[in-house]
Design a protein around this ligand. Structure first.
Ligand code: F6R
Length: 243
């Protein structure tokens, strides 16, 4: 089944509040046991809104959070690992016990086996209930770079130079940005019951246009979302400028 992607125009702060409202509505109806969490700047206002809301903290502490991806080669306690980042921004302030934050182990000796294990863990539940998603300037979702199969499962992915450059701001230098990651595949992401994608700034405008209005193609990983029944894009005017 596919549905029209709903578009909500909002600045960063409003977008965080709107995404948090959707998450809480779902939690209050009893439909949120597993929340898919993204790292990166786009998801930060969502976590800020949730952290600031005592009801959210009370409602979400017994849910489980599933990360989209993790760098390969960084220990879990490395400050730039996605586990450490999501612990700081979401799990710890929300009162989740550490085992309720599920992240692929980027320091596993056999990364492919770890990717398969993580995918099976998500598939065992039929996917997460609601996935918070960002979009890369090149149309990537999670670390599925252009060309990744639209039905792919969790796997080891080599990162493009543009993605490493985008993420260099979180590291001391671009050389320190890992070259590979474990990432949910597009098929894994599509197994979420509901997806809330956030996009801010002119750097996302072409990717947003291609994802929503272009053909569904591996060249634009986010275009797969056109085939999902329940996707909302919450974005600012700059990111929506080319629609
Ligand atoms: C994060 C992730 C990435 C980001 C994307 C956008 O877990 O998988 O796909 O969502 O790169 O990043 P920001 O939000 O920093 O612009």
């Amino acid at each position: 089944m596919s549905g029209r992607i709903e578009v909500v125009v909002a600045d960063r702060e409003q977008a965080g509040a709107e995404a948090a409202r959707r998450i809480l509505d779902r939690a209050r109806r009893g439909g949120l046991r597993r929340l898919g969490v993204a790292t990166g700047g786009s998801a930060e206002p969502v976590y800020a809104a949730l952290r600031a809301d005592a009801d959210a903290v009370a409602l979400l502490r017994e849910t489980t959070a599933y990360a989209l991806d993790e760098y390969a080669g960084l220990a879990a306690d490395h400050p730039d690992s996605y586990r450490a980042t999501l612990m700081r921004q979401y799990a710890s302030p929300m009162g989740l016990s550490p085992d309720r934050l599920r992240v692929p182990d980027g320091s596993a000796a056999d990364l492919e086996a770890e990717a398969a294990r993580y995918d099976a863990e998500i598939a065992a539940h039929g996917g997460v209930d609601l996935q918070i998603l960002g979009i890369g300037g090149n149309g990537h979702i999670a670390f599925n770079e252009p060309g990744a199969p639209l039905d792919g499962r969790t796997h080891v992915q080599m990162l493009s130079e543009s993605t490493r450059a985008d993420n260099a701001r979180f590291f001391e230098s671009q050389d320190e940005v890992p070259t590979h990651a474990i990432t949910q595949g597009i098929g894994t992401i599509m197994s979420a019951d509901e997806i809330v994608m956030l996009a801010f700034g002119a750097g996302k405008a072409a990717a947003v246009r291609d994802a929503l209005r272009g053909p569904v193609t591996p060249a634009v990983p986010a275009s797969a979302l056109q085939r999902h029944a329940r996707v909302t894009l919450i974005a600012d005017g700059d990111a929506l400028a080319l629609l």
